[in-house]
Design a protein around this ligand. Sequence first.
Ligand SMILES: Cc1ncc(COP(=O)(O)O)c(C=O)c1O
Length: 484
Amino acid sequence: MENQNLQRMDSEEFRKYGREVVDWIADYLKNTEKYPVFPNIKPGDIKKRLPGSPPLSSEKMDKILEDFNHIILPGMTHWNHPNFHAYFSITGSAPGILGEMLSAALNVNGMLWRTSPSATELEEVVLDWLRQMIGLPSDFRGVITDCGSASNLVALAAAREAIHRQIREQGLAGRTDIPKLRLYCSDQTHSSVEKAAIVLGIGQEGVRKIQSDTEFKMNVKVLAAAIDEDRKNGWLPFAVVATVGTTSSTSIDPVAAISNICQREKIWLHVDAAYGGIAAIIPEMRYVLDGCDRADSFVTNPHKWLFTPIDCSALYTRHVSTLKQAFSLVPDYLTTAEGDVNNYMDWGVQLGRRFRSLKLWFVIRSFGIEGIISHLREHCRLARKLADWISQEKDYELLAPVPFSVVCFRYHPGEISNESELEQLNSRIIDRVNATGKVFLSHTKLHGKYTIRVAIGNLATTEKHISLVWKVIKQEQKLCSTNR
Ligand SMILES: Cc1ncc(COP(=O)(O)O)c(C=O)c1O
């Protein structure tokens, strides 16, 4: 009884509410489509309905669940909705949710092998499965982090460690014995790379953004010349970040050519394939990772396009000892008797680590590789279909190739050539589309052009949903055009 009180709920009550919550989740997954994908509320509306201070005494679970339904749910943007096409479209699949529930119940902290042998060993095995699925060589070993941004940071910390300048011991501030460090990425690279440079003491000036070509891929000649120029000017080039599936247009940097430069120049190559890497599971799309076998580190995010609930990012490196050199710091209270085991706390910033591999294991086993491939293929097919419809309309233009499942375009009637007018018009279209609550879109800028993005990646999305996207866009665009 004492134990039950400590848990704040006895097991019969837990069973009752647990069933209620699972029923709720099952209905939600079945009916997500019935909710407006984007809530019709203003900033502050939800906060206004929540008490400003916590309850002094215990509240009933019935009341908590009621408030979840009546206060929280109306303020949700539904990422699991089949017409969520903003940013990257994702899925918290049912098998992944089951894994997540069990992980919450076990509540282990996977910092050391002994703090949960299964958590550590399953992480090793599942990441090795994923490595095989995307075709990386067997000398890549992986660790799960919470997100692609954290994976990029950890990888770049390893790259900094690899230059052997005692930065770990002496830091960078006030050092006159080492040149300023420079890392290279394209002007399409995700902002987390620049953030990593800020955190690592390299600074924004230490990030040289290489111009991308007309298809938004890093220009390799410009990269080689930039490294040359920097060396002559006293910089120390230490890392290049190539991207497979850039955030805005999903372009693929020429990794093989970039890796040639990195090998010649002895520079760490990190590949950010947070979104695009998963596509390599499809046999005919293996090519998207051409050259990645020669990377020093590599990231892909199962929480983006592998149906795994947020959060789960897989970071791989062939230089585990360098990574550990950057991060391992073992106080007395964390020393262990086991000799040759993997203590994942040594692989990054985090000490406390959730049991994230469990949900990924559930997903991979429940879908099987064949199931995963067929869903990914369908998403790419739907994207090509939408791109086809767009290209047949005289007043619309595709703004980037469609290598994966994201389509970038804009409405561009012949009589308007002014960029800022086009921006206002397309931004109004997106606002109007989102206000319908039927479809949720986001935008980007591609080489200065305001761009509408439709990302496809939810398991429930079918051709019917993509037809709806196109119908709503055209309908709202007509209303914008007449109101101009
Ligand atoms: C290419 C790329 N890298 C990294 C990230 C960051 O991933 P996360 O949101 O998991 O931090 C993103 C996010 O969209 C991305 O597109």
